[in-house]
Design a protein around this ligand. Sequence first.
Ligand code: S3P
Length: 169
Amino acid sequence: MKRNILLIGFMGTGKSTISRQLGKNTGMKEIDLDAYIVEKAGKSINDIFAEEGEKAFRKMETASLRELAGVKNCIISCGGGTATREVNVPLMKALGQVVLLTATPETIYQRVRTSNDRPILNGNMNVEYIGELLAKRLPYYEKAADITVATDDKTVETIAYEIAERCRL
Ligand code: S3P
């Protein structure tokens, strides 16, 4: 039985991009937790936050992780907040190896600054806010992670190769 790889980390650390590259390199199937929720809810992340609130979205994340129990040999990219909810961590660990992607607030800002589908950063799109939220979240990310891979100044190929090596894919 092949276990899954779960990608966690702040918005803009490259979870979706790395998932795509890893999927291409290994043939593993990709599951994007945000996309899974959007499909199930029948509306965008922005609309879920606006109409039902963040708390409802967090419950959907946990419910989705529970529904994924039993999937194998997949790359599961989580949302930037998934690992910060303690109830999610054992669910993630049971699914597979948890890989934390990191980047500095400056790198993250450069990657997300034109995005308007991240309600957490609406009205807060600046390096200072990103740095503060990242500092609050980092202990949770680190607690959940089996391995950590820094992404600053590395190509997508290099990062995917490093993950494949360290996770023995
Ligand atoms: C969130 C990150 C988003 C998405 C939602 C909340 C967060 O995922 O789950 O907007 O709390 O950091 P990405 O990290 O894929 O942008």
